[in-house]
Ligand binder design. Structure first.
Ligand SMILES: Nc1ncnc2c1ncn2[C@@H]1O[C@H](COP(=O)(O)OP(=O)(O)OP(=O)(O)O)[C@@H](O)[C@H]1O
Length: 361
């Protein structure tokens, strides 16, 4: 059932459009990651939803009720900020109960609600401490606890893990996802980390310059990128993108009605294999390699040009820089994009069956 609807939201600041015509439908219990580079409007989208920014136009509906004109306190949602926004002079107990107290909720239930949330988030031993006496991860849990104790069905989170080290971030990702699923929360979660979005979300909204570039499951964004921007943002390493003219004419399968100069070819690093120079579709020279643990990433420069591509191979590999090699790939692994618009070209190359083109058209 549709729980939240954003309809053509536009928000400006200082005469500049920050959010441009954003529309989205979210089901109850869904985890949506709002992903994009710095400055693309993620925080503004969350703040507009929470009523902390005023939209120029557009509507927001929560459970079929329009909330666009309501003040933040009337919107019935919880928000967790990047900075945690805990009161430093209050104990953790007081921080957790601050919201229910301020809203004048039933005091008789405070003890049981506190116990429930503290138990869920393993905060019991910390209740009498102040935020300054907690680690970053513990403070993050308290911030989460404040959202949960509010018993709001919609929870907005703005980069909640960005102050934590890499290992703790991994643990907290799983904890937040498990809590969200077990409590049936609907979550909008802002991050600029594509691996965080990929590992946590049911769907990802990828934003670019105030607009929604693509919305879909992590697999859809990875396998069916709508544009070069998406192909370059999703995946580690990002998709190799180079002009079709960088490969020999006999290897260029051209989409109908395009010239090679207008087409950018996209190949995922794991779709490429290294061969002897004579057996490759193109020739290249090894530049360097990086061992990542489970795989090795090999950087190669295409012959006759300056384009560098990354090849991903399982396990530990050793290569001599400067070695001539060939690169091979299946026709089915190719993506094509318009050089100027950046949009994916969905018409198949002449005479070449391609499941992906059919899937999208
Ligand atoms: N008060 C303001 N006046 C004018 N422009 C602003 C103001 N606050 C933010 N902006 C601009 O709005 C754009 C979007 O900002 P926003 O904070 O929503 O981006 P973001 O995607 O969350 O970025 P980050 O990941 O760096 O937090 C940016 O270009 C920013 O410079």
């Amino acid at each position: 059932m549709t729980f939240l609807v954003l309809h053509q939201l536009q928000t400006s600041r200082g005469g500049k459009i920050i959010l441009n015509n954003v529309s989205l439908q979210v089901d109850e219990g869904e985890f949506i990651a709002i992903l994009g580079p710095s400055g693309c409007g993620k925080t503004t989208l969350l703040r507009t939803l929470a009523g902390l920014e005023t939209a120029d136009h557009g509507q927001i509906y929560l459970q079929q009720q329009e909330i666009s004109q309501l003040p933040p306190s009337g919107r019935q949602l919880a928000m967790v900020f990047q900075s945690y926004a805990l009161f430093p002079h209050l104990t953790i107990r007081e921080n957790l109960l601050f919201g229910p107290r301020a809203r004048g909720e039933d005091r008789k239930q405070f003890a049981s609600r506190l116990q429930e949330v503290a138990g869920l988030l393993e905060l019991e031993p910390l209740l009498d401490r102040r935020p300054g006496e907690l680690s970053g991860g513990q403070q993050q849990r308290v911030a989460l606890g404040r959202a949960i104790i509010a018993r709001r069905k919609l929870c907005l989170m703005d980069e909640p893990l960005s102050n934590l080290d890499a290992r703790l971030r991994q643990t907290m990702r799983r904890e937040i996802r498990q809590l969200q699923q077990s409590l049936g929360l609907t979550m909008l979660y802002v991050t600029h980390d594509q691996s965080e979005a990929m590992s946590m979300a049911d769907r990802i909204v990828l934003m670019n310059n105030g607009c929604m570039e693509q919305c879909g499951t992590p697999a859809e964004l990875y396998q069916q990128p709508a544009s070069m921007f998406v192909a370059n943002f999703i995946g580690s390493p990002p998709m190799n993108l180079f002009p079709l003219t960088a490969i020999p004419p006999q290897q260029r399968y051209l989409p109908s009605a395009e010239t090679a100069a207008d087409v950018v070819l996209g190949l995922r690093a794991e779709s490429l294999t290294l061969t002897s120079p004579a057996h490759g579709r193109v020739q290249a020279t090894l530049i360097s390699h990086e061992f990542m643990g489970s795989d090795t990433r090999i950087l190669c420069r295409l012959a006759g040009g300056s384009e560098v591509v990354t090849v991903k191979m399982e396990g530990l590999r050793h290569f001599e820089p400067g070695t001539p090699v060939g690169l091979a790939w299946d026709d089915q692994a190719e993506y094509r994009f318009h050089r100027h618009s950046g949009q994916r070209i969905l018409s198949g190359p002449a005479g070449l069956p391609d499941q992906r083109f059919h899937a999208l058209s």
